[in-house]
Design a protein around this ligand. Structure first.
Ligand code: NAD
Ligand code: UGA
Length: 463
């Protein structure tokens, strides 16, 4: 089968960029991205592509090239499903907040809704692709819904997890390390796999397109995220030991990273990993292991999350302790709120938890982030339900100018590794602050000697 029409349900951080790149690289394929969220679709269709709802370097240019040529954003979910040969499901799969598996299992209600809608609308055979990250064996549930509630048409279910990282989504999509496609080992399953392989082969070397059975593909995605997060928790665990022993975690990371068996990536000690996926996917893995009675496996992976929570708390505790055990009424300026640089995404950002801890200690928090809006920051804090929106709004002062944000501060905390922070006039910032002036570098991005020579009391992670 030659694919000429694709639909993607979910116009979020994965659906939007992934489909934009498919559309750019495959002008012969019509790609329609649909979402229930009208505002999101409106923003994707904003005539000025600088205003699309997701900030990713290089993305607005791709959208400008492909939109209204062969890339479309719409709220008409049914029409898009009906038209397409291949339907990607890229909806959110958050941690369950209710019922069985609350706080651990993936909430599959959005996935199930998609499956039911596809079953209702489809009048011709379709390939349904799991793009969202899902628990292993979810394809079975999707297939059961499609086969038992549909109009008698044939569905092939493929698993094609996405490995892009935010902030580098476009380069990750253009030059992926690999594309993973899992499907049934039947002739129909193999046809479906091949059809999807041909889509990616428009720009990805076939050697990098890996095909497996569905369960391996589903589980590989959770495994990849668990391994990546585990490296961060491992180096963060060492950062605490470094602080006690006089070792420097950056030196340790460099020394171990030069061992080609270990490798140098993902060894940057930090205030803790954030983002919408690492925690959710590991919790999901832990839940799955427990559900099979594999308690040791579950405990092993859960420790990655325990360490990450500890690292965030340790950072806020260190601020309080260093500021003579009280931050009440002190101004603490956060540089950065996003969970990493080059994204406007704040989901599970360490900044939210550090702010929450410090507000509990009655600190006044000033924040500057180049891409995150005031409303987003406040809604992140409100989501924790620690205090009322009014109290959050009184405790958080949000600035568009970093120098103004730092004026009169007792301490600065760097929560995101935005490149621009390195280029600041730190002498000017120091001069405008309360003395002694403290700087807590949660991302280890500044030059120790330079910063200390200005007069800052400078605390890095793991040294
Ligand atoms: P997101 O919340 O940004 O986007 C999901 C979108 O789906 C939302 O806009 C929502 O309105 C829409 N949606 C939900 N149900 C719908 C329905 N029935 N019909 C139409 N639209 C619907 O989420 P995301 O960050 O894009 O993540 C999506 C999936 O991809 C998750 O499973 C996630 O684990 C996985 N993933 C995310 C990333 C990432 O970097 N964010 C990377 C790899 C994989
Ligand atoms: C991560 C994975 O890297 C992607 O492969 C995956 O597709 C995605 O999750 C997903 O499934 O959602 P992402 O969360 O966007 O991507 O960003 P990362 O670069 O992995 O960073 C995650 C967090 O870890 C950030 O807070 C980052 O600052 C932190 N981090 C990363 C460190 O603290 N140290 C490091 O060495 C690397």
């Amino acid at each position: 089968m030659k694919i000429t029409k694709i639909c993607c349900i979910g116009a979020g951080y994965v659906g939007g960029p992934t489909m934009a790149v498919i559309a750019q690289k495959c002008p012969h394929i019509q790609v329609t991205v649909v979402d229930l969220n009208e505002q999101r679709i409106k923003d994707w269709n904003d005539p000025n592509t600088e205003n699309i709802p997701i900030y990713e370097p290089g993305l607005s240019e791709i959208v400008a090239e492909a939109r209204d040529r062969n890339l479309f954003f719409s709220t008409d979910v049914e029409k898009a499903i009906d038209d397409a040969q291949v339907i990607f499901i890229s909806v959110n799969t958050p941690t369950k907040t209710y019922g069985k598996g609350k706080g651990m299992a993936a909430d599959l209600k959005y996935i199930e809704l998609c499956a039911r809608q596809i079953a209702k609308v489809a009048k011709q055979n379709k390939i349904v692709v799991e793009k969202s990250t899902l628990p292993v064996r979810t394809a079975e549930a999707i297939k059961s819904i499609l086969d038992n509630t549909g109009n008698g048409v044939q569905f092939q279910i493929l698993s094609n997890p996405e490995f892009l990282a935010e902030g580098t989504a476009v380069t990750d999509l253009l030059s992926p390390d690999r594309i993973l496609i899992g499907g049934d080992t039947t002739p129909e399953g193999e046809d479906a796999i091949n059809a999807l392989v041909e889509v990616y082969a428009n720009w990805v070397d076939k050697d990098k397109i890996l095909t497996t059975n569905v369960w391996s593909s589903e589980l590989s995605k959770l495994t990849a995220n668990a391994f990546l997060a585990q490296r961060i928790s491992s180096i963060n665990a060492m950062s605490e030991l470094c602080e006690k022993t006089g070792a420097d975690v950056s030196e340790v990371a460099k020394a171990i990273g030069m061992d080609s068996r270990i490798g140098s990536k993902f060894l940057k000690a930090s205030v803790g990993f954030g983002g919408s996926c690492f925690q959710k996917d590991i919790l999901n893995l832990v839940y799955i292991a427990k559900s099979y009675g594999l308690n040791e496996v579950a405990d092993y992976w859960e420790q990655v999350i325990i360490m990450n929570d500890h690292q965030k708390r340790r950072f806020s505790n260190k601020i309080v302790q260093t500021l003579y055990n009280t931050v009440a009424d002190k101004k603490i300026t956060f540089l950065g709120w996003a969970f990493k640089k080059d994204t406007n995404d704040t989901r599970e950002s360490a900044a939210i938890y550090v702010a929450d801890d410090l507000i509990n200690e009655q600190a006044k928090i000033a924040v500057y982030d180049p891409k995150v809006s005031r409303n987003k920051m406040l809604s992140d804090l409100d989501y924790l339900q620690t205090r009322s929106s009014e109290e959050n709004s009184n405790a958080l002062d949000i600035f568009n100018d970093p120098y103004k944000a730092c004026e009169g501060a007792h301490a600065i905390a760097i929560l995101t590794e935005w490149d621009e922070f390195v280029t600041y006039d730190w002498q000017k910032i120091y001069d405008s602050m309360h003395k002694p002036a403290f700087l807590f570098d949660g991302r280890n991005i500044l030059n120790v000697k330079e910063i200390e020579s200005i007069g800052f009391i400078y605390k890095r992670i793991g040294s």
